[in-house]
Write a protein that binds this ligand. Sequence first.
Ligand code: AP5
Ligand code: MG
Length: 207
Amino acid sequence: MKIILLGAPGAGKGTQATRIASKYGIVHISTGDIFRANIKGGTEIGKLAKSYIDAGKLVPDSVTCDIVKDRLGWDDVKKGYLLDGFPRSLYQAEELSKFADIDLCLNLEVDPSLIMERICGRRVCSCGESYHVSTLNGSTVCAKCGKELYARADDNPETVKARLDTYDENTAPLIDYYKARGKLVTVVCGTKTPDEVFEAVCEVLDK
Ligand code: AP5
Ligand code: MG
């Protein structure tokens, strides 16, 4: 199974990707996570990516495509993979088609009015877990590993607005791109809980 997970910032890509990867035994590849790991590690890619991520803009296509092309060359992807947050532009989609044959583009459709509150209330753990303050009951540590939770640097209202503009301009056209190729399935998330969205996602993937 080779899947693209498409959706606006805060649509629930990461939340669903963790579940999908675990249930179907495929590798979760998040370009956002790769960039954040590079920023943390102080690499050249991290230094370059930080300025774009902080501004809510896309990291240049050439850098991003090289990273994904390299990652899809690893042995672990042979059993299948899930691309979370890639491609994000028509250029990236065209490049991807040169080195990967995708089975499905799963589009998570979320009500735009929910996004700001979701993202600004997100708390993450360095182990990869993600939470929302509304369900933490005041806890500030990860339920899985006990480490202190924190807010992502780009999860502030100003950067979220810029990320949404970037999505509308660069990424939303991919919906029609994959529809035209017969690969798009949209899951309307509405006010569904993460578990309910996952149920709908599994219905699609089990077909
Ligand atoms: P990235 O890390 O991919 O961020 P994003 O696309 O903005 O998406 P998020 O991770 O914020 O949201 P999500 O959809 O994963 O939602 P989540 O499940 O966490 O990218 C960051 C940056 O890196 C980009 O801005 C760009 O600069 C750069 N970048 C990355 N990829 C790139 C590329 N291909 N090209 C160029 N640049 C790139 O959920 C969000 C919150 O909502 C959480 O609190 C969660 O608990 C909650 N939640 C989830 N589902 C539900 C639900 N059903 N009901 C209620 N709450 C929910
Ligand atoms: Mg994410």
